[in-house]
Ligand binder design. Structure first.
Ligand code: ADP
Length: 382
């Protein structure tokens, strides 16, 4: 079934700010977009339509029947549901065979190892004894991660003793699937980098400049685009790794490859995200083609847009909810008034401490000035 207008209908599963930010470029591209949001009042539900549970197969199948292509705002839709959609002839991007590497961090580590890209030392451990022996072999500290379901640092703990994740082992045992935890060496990194890549089903691929990401408490706080050059070779290496991963996992849509730059000049892959990513929000104003527009083009198998910077420097600062003074609309208006050059994005979400409720992007010629203005505007809004 196609529309009389010939428009391609994109269905996004997940109703957060990523789905929400796909809406404006969908309109500009002449695509129809609908969103299956988890709840009334979620960020994208206010901007789009359907509400339902993405873990319920019939809900997802019924939603998919109303669109031509299914894509995502998060990675949590069960693979079996997506494989069934493909069996029924529905286009799903990224495809479940690719998405699994963003859904399960152990599968991701195995795949990256196969592709031969540099990664931290790691193991999949079944119990405290196995975990303790990894910790002991790696200098007495390690990073433990749940394989599935983590985001924004939830599901990541730095430990020196296996008992510190006893609750996770217990939860896995109760789950009955005999799951394992991922443990990794604690990487001594100087900074974190992210390479965004878009790839369409036909194989056309475009990459944005490598960016630097700054996290606080496991949550992305700031992004600097392009990443300041400290050592040109490491940025080239990051770009090389991004291209190998995009091709190696056969992603369709936008992929973020998050990496560590180590003190001794190596680049190690930390994480993969197969959707527009916080490290790419700068691209709405900072790039000729934003990650949201590019994701839509890629999943609709349309030619990809130019990914050059639209200005020499772009800085994005996240706005987190917190115990702010005064009601949100007042602070928002004040921030707009004080920083007319800043692009202040609100996700229309209920503020809670630490919750991402918006972001600010400033572009310009001088990185220091751009950084200062973006921080000031975010602080005024926060
Ligand atoms: P999430 O899926 O919650 O984003 P990540 O695996 O990206 O989790 O980890 C969140 C943050 O924790 C990373 O951005 C990084 O700052 C830190 N981190 C993760 N793995 C390691 C590691 N092996 N060594 C040092 N720091 C790490």
């Amino acid at each position: 079934m196609t529309l009389e207008s010939g428009s391609i209908r994109i269905g996004v599963i997940g109703g957060g700010q990523l789905a929400r930010m796909m809406v404006p470029p969908a309109i500009h591209l002449g695509l129809r977009i609908s969103v299956l949001a988890e709840a009334e009042g979620s960020s994208a539900a206010r901007a789009a339509d359907a509400v339902g549970d993405y873990r319920d197969p019939e809900t997802v199948y019924a939603f998919a029947d109303t669109v031509d292509v299914v894509t995502f705002d998060h990675e949590h839709v069960p693979g079996e549901i997506l494989r069934e959609l493909e069996r029924r002839g529905k286009a799903v991007h990224p495809r479940p065979d690719a998405l699994q590497f963003a859904q399960d961090k152990i599968l991701m580590r195995e795949k990256l190892g196969e592709l031969g890209v540099p990664i931290p030392a790691w193991a999949a451990v079944e119990d405290e004894a196995e975990l303790q022996s990894f910790i002991d072999d790696n200098g007495g500290r390690a990073v433990v991660k749940t394989a599935r379901g983590g985001y924004d640092g939830k599901g990541v703990r730095v430990v020196s003793d296996a008992v510190e994740v006893r609750d996770w082992f217990t939860a896995l045992a109760e789950d009955g699937h005999g799951g394992r935890l991922l443990v990794e060496e604690l990487v001594d990194f100087t900074r974190e980098l992210s390479q965004l890549v878009a790839r369409r089903p036909s194989g056309e691929t475009r990459t944005w400049p490598v960016v630097e990401t700054i996290q606080r408490d496991g949550v992305c706080a700031e992004v600097i685009a392009p990443a300041p050059v400290q050592n040109a070779a490491t940025l080239d290496e990051a770009a090389r790794i991004g291209a190998i991963v995009a091709e190696g996992v056969q992603v369709t849509g936008v992929l973020a490859v998050e990496m560590f730059e180590t003190r001794d000049g190596r680049v190690l892959v930390n994480e993969l995200a197969m959707r527009p990513h916080n490290s790419g929000h700068f691209s709405i104003e900072g790039s000729v083609t934003s990650q949201f527009e590019q994701h839509l083009r890629a999943v609709a198998d349309l030619p990809l847009g130019d990914t050059s910077m639209a200005a020499p420097a772009a800085v994005m600062v996240n706005v987190l909810g917190g115990p702010a003074e005064g009601p949100m609309p007042v602070r928002y208006a004040e921030a707009l008034a004080a920083h007319p050059r800043a692009k202040i994005h609100s996700y229309d979400k209920q503020p809670r401490p630490g919750r991402k409720v918006g972001h600010v992007t400033v572009t310009g010629d001088d990185l220091e000035a751009v950084l200062a203005e973006a921080r000031a505007a975010a602080a005024a809004f926060e």
